[in-house]
Design a protein around this ligand. Structure first.
Ligand SMILES: Cc1ncc(COP(=O)(O)O)c(C=O)c1O
Length: 398
């Protein structure tokens, strides 16, 4: 059945998969297989080894994101769960501090924030207020400021955001959070395991982690550019005491108290083992190597796309590995170009505002840069020769 899929190893997929090399994939697979039956719910009781691995992953994350040594951290199943936990923690902490057991609050974010924030908001009864982005596709601190009211509990910033790959001005937002006594969550789910290494390679990565005063929590996905098997992310809290409000506990059944640190009950032991094994296998050196491949591919793609007549990249700044390209030719439909590329085996992401083709870049894209750029040129020629071709845009495409 795999023959039905787009070929992610050959750089044909714009996100979903993050492939550095076969060796790392083998480490992922072997560690996952070793723990295929073990359950993270029993970490520390039945499975001491899973607790040791989880604690080690948390310490590595605390150090990588420049959190205080005594910071709190949780291992979760992905970006969605990490952000859900940050919202739940903020809500329950705010209810506790304000003495309002059923208090309803809001979070102020830029419209570029990932939709899992709204998913968390809907499920937790927290309102999400989105403000327009600037012309540079970043959060506008002045607009965030005007959306704050008495019920605001947290600001939310992306580092970087998924649509454009730009970083919100975290330092300014951190100052705003401190000034208004609000929490600030930084979503590093996409770039968390890339940015620290791209920064060391000299890319212009703005300060975004716990070095920024005012950041109270941060999420980063190990199953993206940490190259672990799916089901691995971390959420960190500057103040370990906040974590009291992250945990779920329930005693109203005959079996006694049931308590979980995060959302999941049963948790894949394989996901913990794979994250732990890959983090040790790659180490700083391996992540630097992967970041170089990723950013080399990104910069080559940006340069090559900008060299195509009537095509331009929206954010050609080397701040992240997310790129989008649009057209300056009003007669050329960029979605028709995406459709044509998909007919030729290149799955493409579509941006709605502005209309553009968007993708994340991983090391698997490097080997195919030249081939892909030639395919884009061919797809444009094809569309120009078939201007009446229908344009299918799936609203649900990612
Ligand atoms: C910036 C950002 N935040 C959150 C998420 C959600 O992560 P997940 O799909 O692992 O739940 C993503 C996923 O791409 C993301 O790019």
């Amino acid at each position: 059945m795999k023959s039905l899929d787009f070929d992610w190893r050959a750089g044909r997929v714009p996100s979903y998969t993050y492939f550095v090399d076969d060796e790392t994939l083998d480490v992922q697979r072997e560690a996952y297989g070793e723990y295929i039956a073990e359950n993270g719910l029993g970490a520390g009781r039945a499975f001491k080894s899973l607790e040791l691995m989880t604690d080690d992953i948390k310490s590595m994350a605390i150090s990588l994101f420049n959190a205080p040594a005594a910071a709190g951290a949780s291992f979760t199943s992905g970006g969605t769960e990490s952000i859900f936990m940050a919202v739940k923690t903020a809500r329950d902490l705010t209810r506790h501090r304000r003495g309002e057991p059923d208090g309803r609050y809001n979070i102020v974010a830029c419209e570029t924030a990932h939709p899992c924030l709204d998913k968390a908001g809907q499920l937790l009864g927290v309102d999400i207020r989105r403000t327009p982005h600037t012309a540079e596709f970043r959060a506008d601190p002045a607009l965030l400021r005007t959306s704050i009211d008495q019920k605001t509990m947290m600001l939310f910033a992306s580092a970087p955001n998924y649509p454009f790959g730009t970083f919100d001005p975290i330092s300014k937002i951190g100052r705003l959070a401190q000034e208004r006594d609000l929490r600030l969550h930084v979503d590093g789910c996409w770039g968390g395991f890339l940015s620290p290494f791209a920064e060391r390679l000299g890319y212009p990565i703005p300060e975004w982690d716990f070095r920024v005063p005012g950041v109270s929590s941060l999420s980063a996905d190990i199953h993206k550019f940490g190259y672990a098997a799916k089901g691995a992310s971390v959420v960190l809290y500057r103040d370990v005491e906040d974590q009291e409000h992250e945990r779920f506990s329930f005693s109203g059944w005959p079996r006694g108290t049931y308590s979980t640190p995060t959302f999941l009950g049963t948790k894949a032991g394989g996901a913990i083992a794979s994250a732990w094994a890959v983090m040790h296998f790659l180490g700083v050196e391996g992540y630097l190597r992967a970041a170089k491949l990723t950013m080399d591919a990104t910069m080559q793609l940006i340069e090559g796309l900008n060299a195509i007549p009537d095509i331009y990249c929206l954010t050609p700044n080397g701040e992240s590995n997310l790129i989008s390209f649009a057209t300056s030719d009003p007669k050329l439909d960029i979605y028709a170009v995406a459709d044509r590329l998909e007919e030729c085996g290149w799955l493409r992401g579509r941006m709605r505002e502005p209309k553009a083709i968007q993708q994340g870049v991983n090391p698997a894209h490097l080997a195919t840069v030249t081939e892909y750029l030639a395919e884009v040129r061919k797809a444009i020629d094809h569309v120009r020769g078939n201007v009446a071709a229908p344009v299918a845009y799936d609203e649900h495409s990612y």
